[in-house]
Design a protein around this ligand. Structure first.
Ligand SMILES: O=c1ccn([C@@H]2O[C@H](COP(=O)(O)O)[C@@H](O)[C@H]2O)c(=O)[nH]1
Length: 232
C-alpha cells in the first residue's frame, strides 16, 4: 500500500479549479488538503468527489471554538470519512479532549492539532502576548495534544527533530511551510526544504503553491517524491 508523504494544498476558490488540478495528480503520489477557502466555496460534495477519485483527504478547517461546538464539528468531519482533520491546540485541554471523544472509535480519521502557524515568527508571537520561542510554544502545545490523545500535530519542520525525539515514531508530524530551494517564500516564515523536513523527521509535507503554481504540477510532485524517496 502506498503512503505518500506529500499533501498538496488545494487552495482554490472553485470546485472546477480544484478538480482540474486533482485530475493531473495521482493518489499514489500525494494526498490532498481541502482548506477553508475551498471548503467554504464548495462544501462537503467536493471532499466526497476527491475521495471518490481515491485521494486521501486532509480536511484543514482548524476548528477553534468552545468544546461542544468543536466536538460536534469533528463528529461531522469524521462522518464524511476524511483521512485526517485538525483543530487548534490553543483551544485548550477541554476542547481537545471533547474533540477526541467525539470521533467514534470505529473511525479511521486522524485528529491532529495545529500548534503555531508556520506564518508566525518571534515578532508575531510577541504581538499576541505569548511567552517563549516558537520551538518552546510548539513543544508545549504538542505535549498538550499528546496528553489529550490526539494523533499528532501541525508544526514547522524546523521543530520536527525535537518533537520526534520527545513523542516517538508514531506521533504524526504534519509540516506546512515547505519551500523547495528555488521557490518563493510567500507569507510563510518558519520554512524548510522538503529534504530538511524529511531529515528532521516530518511524517507528511504540506505543499501548496510550489506545486499548484508550478508549470507542470505532476512533474513537480514526481520530482519531490523522488527526492524524498532517495532520503528514506
Ligand atoms: O501552520 C500552518 C497550518 C496550515 N497551513 C496551510 O498549509 C498550506 C500551505 O500552502 P503553501 O502554498 O505551501 O504556503 C496552506 O493551505 C495553509 O493554509 C500553513 O501554511 N501553516
Amino acid at each position: 500500500m502506498h503512503d505518500p508523504r506529500i499533501i498538496v494544498a488545494l487552495d482554490f476558490s472553485s470546485a472546477e479549479d480544484a478538480l482540474k488540478l486533482a485530475r493531473k495528480l495521482k493518489p499514489h503520489l500525494c494526498r490532498l488538503k481541502v482548506g477553508k477557502e475551498l471548503f467554504t466555496a464548495t462544501g462537503p460534495q467536493l471532499v466526497e468527489k476527491l475521495m471518490h477519485m481515491e485521494f486521501d483527504v486532509f480536511l484543514d478547517l482548524k476548528f477553534h471554538d468552545i468544546p461542544n461546538t468543536v466536538a460536534s464539528a469533528c463528529k461531522a468531519a469524521a462522518h464524511l470519512g476524511v483521512w485526517m482533520m485538525n483543530i487548534h491546540a490553543l483551544g485548550g485541554r477541554k476542547m481537545l479532549t471533547a474533540a477526541r471523544e467525539a470521533i467514534p472509535q470505529s473511525s479511521n480519521t486522524k485528529l491532529i492539532a495545529v500548534t503555531l502557524l508556520t506564518s508566525m515568527d518571534q515578532s508575531d508571537i510577541a504581538d499576541i502576548g505569548l511567552q517563549g520561542k516558537p520551538e518552546q510554544i510548539v513543544m508545549r502545545l504538542a505535549q498538550l495534544a499528546k496528553d489529550c490523545g490526539l494523533d499528532g500535530v501541525v508544526c514547522s519542520a524546523l521543530e520536527a527533530t525535537n518533537l520526534r525525539q520527545q513523542f516517538g515514531a508514531d506521533f504524526c508530524l504534519v509540516t506546512p511551510g515547505i519551500r523547495p530551494a528555488d521557490s518563493q517564500v510567500n507569507d510563510q516564515k518558519r520554512i524548510t526544504t522538503p529534504q530538511q523536513a524529511i531529515e528532521n523527521g516530518a511524517s507528511y509535507l504540506v505543499i501548496g503553491r510550489p506545486i499548484t503554481q508550478a508549470s507542470d504540477p505532476l512533474l513537480m510532485c514526481q520530482q519531490l517524491n523522488s527526492e524524498i524517496a532517495n532520503l528514506m
